[in-house]
Structures are given as C-alpha cells and as structure tokens.
Ligand binder design. Structure first.
Ligand SMILES: Cc1cc2nc3c(=O)[nH]c(=O)nc-3n(C[C@H](O)[C@H](O)[C@H](O)COP(=O)(O)O)c2cc1C
Length: 328
C-alpha cells in the first residue's frame, strides 16, 4: 500500500511528464519544474527564450501556459484538484506558477478525453482535406478557450483570411532576410537523424509544402534550402482549412499564460475530434503587424496565435526531452 505522500509524489511526476508534451515555439520547451511535497512549481527557462523573435517572452509564456494546462488536466484526470497560483511572487519573475495537489473527485468523461490526447496531439504543417470543420465543433473549441480566459475568433470572411495570409507572407519574407532571425531559427531546426530531443525535427514538416487554397499561409523555413523534411504525400489535400485567431482581453504576462492554457485546452479538444491545427505566428513577432491585426481583425484585443484548423490524413512527428532534464 502506498502512503498518501507517495501517491501525491507519483501524481506530481505524472503531471510533469505530461507537461513536456505541450506545444512550444520552435519546440524550445522553455520550462523547468520542481516538485516539493504536494507542490509543483513551473519556471521559465531564460536560456530557451528567443531573444530576437520573442524579446518580451510572450511566446515563451504561451508555451509555458500550455504546459501548465497539461499539469492541471493530468491532476484532474488522476482524481486530484490542482490549486494554481499564477505568477505568485513578483520578486521571482521566472516562477510562473505553483500548483498544489489537493484531494479531488473522480474525473468526468471530458477531463479523461482531454487528458488522453496530450501525447497524441501534433502540430500540422501543410494543407487540410476539403472536409469542413463542423459548426458544433467550432462552437465547442470557442467555449473551451473561453473557459480559460482566451477568445477564439473563426475568420469566416475570405477577405480577412487573405489579409492574414498576406501579413504572414510579408513577415516570413522580412524574417528570412534578417540574419538574426535566420540564425535564431537555425539554432532550433534539427537536421535529419539528429538525436536532440528539442527543436523542430526534419520529420515534423513536408519538404515542399504545397500551396493551400483559397488562401496560402507561408510556412516557417526550418530547412533553409536543405532537402530536409518528409516527402510530400500525394494524397495530402490543399485546403487552407478554417483560419482562426486566439486573443486575450489584456496583454500582461498573466494574460499570456492564460492564452497558453486556452490554446492547449482547445488543441486537446480538437485532437479528440480528429481535428488538426497549424500555426503561423510570424506576423505576431513583428510589433507593427501585430498591432495592425489587433486593430483590424481582432476586435481590438491583442492577438496571441494565428491558426488554421482542419482534418488531415497523416500526422507529423515531434520530440521531447526526458523528464530528468527538466526536473530540478
Ligand atoms: C507560441 C507558439 C507559436 C508557434 N508558432 C509556430 C509557427 O509559426 N509555425 C509552426 O509551424 N509551428 C509553430 N508552433 C508549433 C511548434 O513548432 C510546436 O509546438 C513544436 O515544434 C512541438 O511540436 P508538436 O506541437 O508537434 O508537439 C508554435 C507553437 C507555439 C506554442
């Protein structure tokens, strides 16, 4: 028989292991965790912050927020109640959250459903099949994000989707000519056969992403002229999918953490219904373009993510570091 202390320690370990599967910008996995008694702490890892493309740490915070959601949902799925304090100590800015493992209840079906998707979910990086995203599923995704303080806006107008695609293309072109942006991306792009467990692996994107219709969203250039990536699958469809924005009411560090929690909750729900999600956040890394999107496409709310949603045939691959590398 395990003691209560041992049971809590085991649940905390499972929660940290699940956290590692969160999406993060360029798979930087910019986090570290501590477990002390019944408390899990989540810290930002400043060495993994993108100093050129993410100087404010906004995308780092979103990534850590997604990891925090995995901690919470895992504890709930194991029958515990997570007691969360976000940014608990202004004197220690790297400490992003503490989670106390409290006694809870039998998990409901929905909690188990989301928890079951943590390791299955993957970022998609090409076109979607022509199957439309059902309205009921869109409504459910909006509700999941809202429950975490995020706001998902499906972009239904062709003109607005074209504007977002054009801004993505412009940002991608500007970044590809900026040596500092390119060097930073190079640091996180992994050649085929790499044994590194972070960064974007060559198996995570197609060699030659085909144009998508009706709008084309530029992909990040992880391969930089190399023949890296997976051979394009001829069956892969060329539909853009549903374009959507995630925004938050404010733009503080706490808002960014909530944005990550909302994102991950929405992504796990999407995954449970076979829906994949692609991200194109280049334009949000350029303050002028981000401001433009906020004013013209986001009802004046600060945009946090630009996404495409749809159904796919095959899924790409990803990698993660071992729990021992992120546990202090
Ligand atoms: C804040 C944020 C921004 C991201 N931006 C992009 C992007 O612009 N393009 C892209 O292909 N993936 C983007 N991603 C996805 C990450 O590259 C992906 O999560 C990471 O490589 C891990 O892979 P996985 O999601 O398949 O597990 C982003 C993820 C986060 C959290």
């Amino acid at each position: 028989m395990k003691t209560r202390t041992e049971e809590i320690a085991q649940a905390a370990k499972a929660a940290v292991e699940a956290a590692l599967w969160a999406p993060s910008i360029h798979n930087t996995q910019p986090w570290s965790f501590g477990v002390s008694g019944d408390e899990i702490s989540l810290r930002a890892d400043p060495d993994r912050k993108l100093r050129v493309s993410d100087p404010t740490g906004r995308q780092l915070m979103i990534s850590c927020g997604a990891a925090l959601f995995n901690v919470r949902i895992t504890l709930l799925a194991l029958g515990y109640e997570p007691e969360v304090r976000r940014i608990p100590d202004p004197e220690r800015p790297l400490l992003l959250a503490t989670v106390r493992v409290r006694p809870g209840q039998e998990p409901g079906e929905h909690v188990r459903l989301l928890h079951g998707e943590i390791e299955r979910r993957r970022t998609h990086r090409s076109g979607f099949t022509a199957l439309p995203v059902p309205d009921r599923l869109i409504d459910a995704l909006v509700a999941e994000a809202t429950a975490e303080g995020g706001h998902v806006t499906p972009i239904r107008s062709d003109a607005s989707a074209r504007v977002l695609a054009a801004l993505t293309g412009a940002a991608q072109d500007v970044q590809s000519q900026n040596r500092l942006f390119v060097l930073e991306l190079m640091r996180w792009a992994r050649p085929p056969g790499s044994s590194r467990r972070d960064g974007v692996p060559a198996a995570g994107y197609p060699t030659d992403p085909r144009r998508t219709y009706p709008q084309h969203f530029a992909q990040r250039d992880y391969a930089r002229g190399h023949e890296w990536g997976m051979a394009p699958d001829e069956r892969v469809s060329a539909s853009t999918g549903l374009v959507a924005l995630l925004s938050t009411a404010g733009d503080s560090r706490e808002d960014w953490l909530h944005a990550g929690e909302a994102l991950q909750r929405m992504l796990l729900h999407a995954s449970a219904y076979g829906l994949s999600v692609a991200f194109h956040t280049q334009a949000l890394e350029m303050p002028e373009l981000r401001e433009f999107i906020r004013r013209h496409l986001c009802s004046d709310e600060p945009p946090q993510m630009i996404m495409r949603l749809g159904f796919v045939i095959d899924e790409s691959e990803s990698v993660r570091r071992a729990p021992s590398e992120v546990l202090e």
